[in-house]
Design a protein around this ligand. Structure first.
Ligand SMILES: [Zn+2]
Length: 102
C-alpha cells in the first residue's frame, strides 16, 4: 500500500500536496477531495449512491484542520464544517489518479 512520506497543506492555493513513498507527487484541490468524500452523509452506505451534489461544494472551500488518523488516513475538517469524512491513502491516491486522467 502506498503511503505519503510528506503532506503539505497549501491554504493559499487551496490544495493538498502528498509526496508518496515512491516520490510521486499528488496535488489535489481541497474541493476535489471534499467532492470525493465517502462518509455516510455524502454516500449512501447501502446503495453506494452519492448523496452529495458535487456542485454544492464551494469553490473557495478551505480547511480548518487536518489530522492524521492512525497511519492510514487523513481526517479533514472543512471550512463548510463537514468533518465526518476519512480519507485513506488509497482513496487519496485514486482521487489523484482520476484527477490526473481527466
Ligand atoms: Zn462526507
Amino acid at each position: 500500500m502506498q503511503s505519503p512520506k510528506n503532506i503539505k497543506v497549501h491554504k493559499e492555493q487551496r490544495l493538498l500536496e502528498l509526496i508518496w513513498s515512491d516520490s510521486d507527487i499528488s496535488r489535489l484541490l481541497f474541493r476535489t477531495v471534499r467532492q470525493n468524500c465517502r462518509c455516510a452523509v455524502c454516500v449512501d452506505e447501502f446503495s453506494g449512491k452519492q448523496l452529495l451534489d458535487p456542485e454544492t461544494v464551494p469553490v473557495d472551500l478551505g480547511v480548518l484542520e487536518i489530522s492524521l488518523c492512525g497511519n492510514y488516513a487523513l481526517r479533514v475538517r472543512w471550512s463548510d464544517t463537514h468533518d465526518s469524512g476519512l480519507f485513506t491513502w488509497n482513496h487519496l491516491r485514486s482521487i489523484a489518479d482520476a484527477a490526473a486522467a481527466s
